[in-house]
Design a protein around this ligand. Structure first.
Ligand code: ATR
Length: 276
């Protein structure tokens, strides 16, 4: 029987998830489909409650439903509950389950890009304190990161985020000292999106071994990434996080763990460039 999954959001036209999952379905020869479904906020409860009796094995969840689905799912992982965000839903034994794979996507991408680096034991600095920052901080802590310093335009939001994660996470306005001791710098703000100026950080303060990451993937090479490369620092771009966060969902719905290949990167890059 054909297995089916989808991505739900409102609006949904922009989603690149179908390109990723349809590539894996083709590549692995699986009889399955993955499509976009526009679900309005007022319909989210009936959609999720109807999943067990529907054609779908599960779905990805994108804006604006990532928090709202928590209330209507039968089971939510501790991780997703802590982040107040679900991006992957699956059905088992007639019940709905929700989890968050965004943080896992980030860390897997860093590890896949920089083979001799492990987030275990590292000191990270995160720019921004929104939903993406929250998912990444949670995953870094779960993977035994030594410390995370959150730097944000609105200090109070950085404080609130830090408080949710215990002693290894703190907020700071002193960028300089945070950068001097930083192994992994991560931009989660929207600065740099669509070729706008990058975040205001003095990259010279970073140790030469530091890794600079941006989770923005349009453009593929942000101002921050280009500056870091010019200074000889190692970099991790944002597209891989999008691809790696999709791996767990595919496995839950279709039963095979797919691989993030260069061919998949190239397909998604072509789509981004066509839309740019
Ligand atoms: P996401 O879900 O992608 O993390 P978000 O929740 O809107 O998006 O969070 C965006 C983060 O980028 C916020 O921390 C925001 O800072 P504020 O908390 O001060 O709003 C930060 N951000 C967005 N635009 C920014 C800018 N121009 N300068 C500095 N920080 C910015």
């Amino acid at each position: 029987m054909t297995k089916r999954a989808c991505v739900i959001g409102f609006p949904i036209a922009h989603s690149r998830s179908p390109i990723i999952h349809q590539y894996w379905l083709r590549q692995l020869g699986i009889d399955g489909t993955y499509e976009k479904r526009e679900v309005r906020p007022e319909d989210i409860e009936s959609f999720i409650r109807g999943l067990p009796g529907s054609v779908y094995a599960g779905c990805n969840v994108t804006l604006p439903h990532k928090e709202a689905v928590i209330e209507v799912l039968d089971h939510v992982t501790t991780k997703a509950r802590r982040l107040r965000s679900v991006n992957t839903v699956y059905v088992r034994n007639g019940q709905t389950f929700g989890t968050s794979t965004d943080g896992e996507g980030f860390v897997e991408n860093v590890h896949a890009t920089i083979k001799d680096f492990s987030v275990a034991g590292c000191n990270a600095v995160i720019l921004g304190a929104g939903g993406s920052a929250s998912a990444i901080v949670g995953e870094l802590i779960d993977r035994q990161c030594n410390s995370v310093t959150i730097v944000n335009r609105t200090r109070s939001k950085a404080d609130l985020l830090a408080q949710r994660f215990g002693q290894r996470v703190r907020s700071s306005e002193d960028r300089s000292s945070a950068l001097r001791n930083c192994d992994l710098l991560i931009n989660t703000t929207s600065q740099g999106m669509n070729n706008s100026a990058g975040p205001d950080v003095t990259l010279e303060l970073l140790p030469p071994s530091a890794i600079v990451c941006d989770i923005i993937y349009v453009p593929l090479q942000t101002a921050l990434i280009k500056n870091a490369q010019q200074r000889g620092l190692r970099t991790v771009t944002g597209l891989g996080m999008l691809l790696h966060q999709a791996v767990a969902g595919f496995e839950l719905w279709f039963g095979v763990r797919p691989k993030v290949t260069q061919e998949l990167f190239d397909i998604v890059i072509r789509d981004i460039e066509a839309g740019a």
